[in-house]
Write a protein that binds this ligand. Sequence first.
Ligand SMILES: Nc1nc2c(ncn2[C@@H]2O[C@H](COP(=O)(O)OP(=O)(O)OP(=O)(O)O)[C@@H](O)[C@H]2O)c(=O)[nH]1
Length: 358
Amino acid sequence: MKQKEAVPVTVLTGYLGAGKTTLLNYLLTQKHGYKCAIIINEFGAVSIDNQLVVGADEEILELNNGCLCCRVRGDLIRSLNDLLIKKRKRFDYVIIETTGLADPSPVAHTFMASELAEQMRLDGIVTVVDARHLEKELNDGPEPRAQIAFADVILLNKTDLVTPEELAKVEGRIKSMNPLAKIHRTVKSEIEVGKILNLKARELSAPMPELKQEHHHHDHECGEDCDHDHKHDHDHKCDEHCDHDHDHNHEGHVHHHHDELVKSFYIEEERPLDLKKLEKWLGELLNSLGADIYRSKGVLSIKGMPKRVVFQGVQMMLDSAPDRFWNPGEKKKSQLVFIGRELDEKKIREGFEQCVAE
Ligand SMILES: Nc1nc2c(ncn2[C@@H]2O[C@H](COP(=O)(O)OP(=O)(O)OP(=O)(O)O)[C@@H](O)[C@H]2O)c(=O)[nH]1
């Protein structure tokens, strides 16, 4: 469906002050060879961000009348269409910096579900996290969780402001919310362009990250005091549950338009799966829970198929295809990760269990 030369789009997100503009500037001063169009979405009518972005060569466009996640989406589509049609030759990469409050999911949807889907492809979502302030920001509202849950790449920035112990803890916390994202520790958002742009993070061919069984969190494994004991080791089993408690503590917070309980879990299965049953189950699951499943991804071992099957889901959209033959000696197994809001892990596991081939 997509044209070969679909323009890659990277969405930069991250909480207020995390270092998004710093990252943008850093990227633009490096040699990357792309002619970039930059779209900056500031919350509020007056923006100074465009003045803070270096690089006079770039096409910079501002969308100021609201947050991209709600009102401005139509503007985004129109602006991108304009850029593509009128100025097609002038750029071959689009970077969108979203306001620190945006939930990146509607932006991501813009590239999958609008008329832009054929001309542009979402290359990846990059989330900048302030290592010093994340813990507090998680108390402030649901956005930091959504931004982390959606990320393909996370810049754990401002590492100069925390101790190694604090850094390990915050990294553990991020991993518990999104075990799929690649995390890079940075100071002043300094990172090689190749780790941010043209990642093809959402293609089926994107490598599966290393997944570990630790990401499988049972309900109620840890004690109630877990939330208060932030000194525990970052790979402590109940990171996830801490989140959960933590959210409950903030139920009814004014910023919560929907009480967000982002969590992730991991399923591993060595018995081969029945393709028909699996397709039916996944289809139904995404249909019924699509809006709550932010990300799903997996490698599947299907009975009777000599190749691995890979799938990638972003909310209700699901893509799957065989990729490569299992290597000789490689253990055939299925690995699936789900990231979402208030997911009923038990029910999903039970549904999955029914897909094991007889
Ligand atoms: N100490 C320290 N400061 C940093 C680092 N990265 C960025 N900053 C500073 O943090 C402040 C905010 O950085 P920005 O890049 O403007 O953050 P932003 O995410 O674009 O912020 P918003 O536009 O409010 O969403 C600036 O003063 C930066 O210089 C870092 O790694 N360490």
